[in-house]
Design a protein around this ligand. Structure first.
Ligand code: 2P0
Length: 350
């Protein structure tokens, strides 16, 4: 490259995903290999997403990253692993208009700057790390002309944050736990695309945007070390639920989908309570409201699921139910009152 003044940039946007069969517990902490398969739905990118711009220039003298405008350290093992894995797969890049030519060898000595923004609270149980690492890996792969397929990229995103591997696809996604010790078969696959079941509407009740007290990483480590229930869950319960959930998604069978999603969320939180010392993530008032409503109808109208935080993810079977759900939420938790629930995010599944 003759001029030292050029900058080459790529911007990507990646939505977060919500697990309906949960990932909780690792069998290998450094490679991030889970103890069970999981299934998620990827949200509409308009509402909960990360936007990341990655730039390379010969004038950059080190890798640097800014998250929501504040510089953060890239020295952590997870960032380093993602950067190393992507760099090692970089190919030649040529931009004739700008007169830029980067060879595979050049990438070893070039540094990147990364700017990432979340349009939702970070680390409040809304899977910010999922969108974040998926977007980081995807945008770096584009910048460095990495030719691997989505499955291979998902195995790299997984090493940033487990749930990130599922955000590389839209629609319904399964993270296969895999069998190999090197993690090469622990990848995400798309079960159905975003058009398959597009009358579902996801409403997220943001109970608190405060950062959670127990991170998922340490929470699941403590569960694996101390919970008896997690062993039963991973070996006996989840494998069957994965089969049943795949079937429910394939057939757009909302009653089965709702039953499995709610039961799995509840069992995940039961594992958290079975952990020593116990972990409390969830707000149970909303569960009570939804359970009562579902029981008063012929078949379930809304599914609920909670991740490692207090915010409720509510999946309505269609737009009409979603409107009624919002009315009920506003009735029980008026935003002007001192009630816990402070705001709502609504988005179509896509
Ligand atoms: C999930 N969660 O399946 C589950 C349900 C939270 C509850 O994936 O240590 O941030 O980075 O692999 O991916 C949150 O865990 O944890 C998560 P690491 P991650 O969505």
């Amino acid at each position: 490259c003759e001029s030292e003044k050029w900058v080459l940039m790529v911007t990507a946007q990646t939505p977060t995903n919500i697990a309906v069969i949960k990932y909780w517990g690792k069998r290998d902490e450094s490679l991030i290999l889970p103890i069970n398969d999981s299934i998620s739905v990827t949200l509409d990118p308009e509402h909960l997403c990360t936007t990341t711009t990655v730039a390379v220039s010969p004038s950059f003298d080190q890798d640097r990253m800014w998250l929501n405008g504040k510089e953060i350290s890239l020295s952590g093992g997870r960032y380093q692993r993602c950067l190393r894995e992507i760099r090692s797969r970089a190919s030649d890049v040529e931009d004739e208009k700008k007169g830029i030519k980067i060879t595979k060898k050049d990438w070893e000595n070039l540094h990147v700057h990364i700017a990432s923004y979340n349009n939702f609270p970070t680390a409040a149980g809304l899977a910010s790390s999922a969108a974040g690492f998926a977007c980081l890996v995807f945008s770096l792969a584009k910048l460095m002309n990495v030719k691997e397929d989505q499955g291979k990229l998902s195995a790299i995103a997984r090493q940033g944050s487990g749930s990130a591997c599922r955000s590389l696809y839209g629609g319904f996604v399964k993270w296969i736990m895999g069998k190999h010790d090197d993690g090469s078969d622990s990848i995400a696959v798309q079960l159905a695309d975003e058009k398959h079941w597009d009358d579902l509407v996801i409403v997220i009740a943001v109970v608190s945007s405060r950062q959670k007290e127990t991170s998922s990483t340490s929470g699941m480590r403590e569960s694996v070390e101390t919970s008896m229930l997690i062993k039963h869950r991973a070996k006996e319960v989840v494998p069957k639920r994965i089969v049943d959930m795949e079937e429910a998604i394939k057939n757009r069978d909302f009653p089965s989908f709702a039953h499995l999603a709610c039961a799995d969320s509840n069992q995940f939180h039961a594992v958290c309570l079975d952990t020593c010392p116990p972990i409390f993530y969830m707000n149970d008032t909303i569960i009570g409201c939804v359970e009562k409503w579902n029981r008063s109808e012929e078949s379930p109208q809304v599914a609920y699921t909670f991740d490692a935080g207090p915010n409720a993810v509510l999946i309505a079977r269609n737009r009409k139910v979603a409107a009624s759900l919002l009315q009920r939420l506003l009735f029980h938790f008026p935003p002007s009152s001192d009630a816990d629930l402070s705001s709502y995010v609504i988005g179509d599944k896509s």
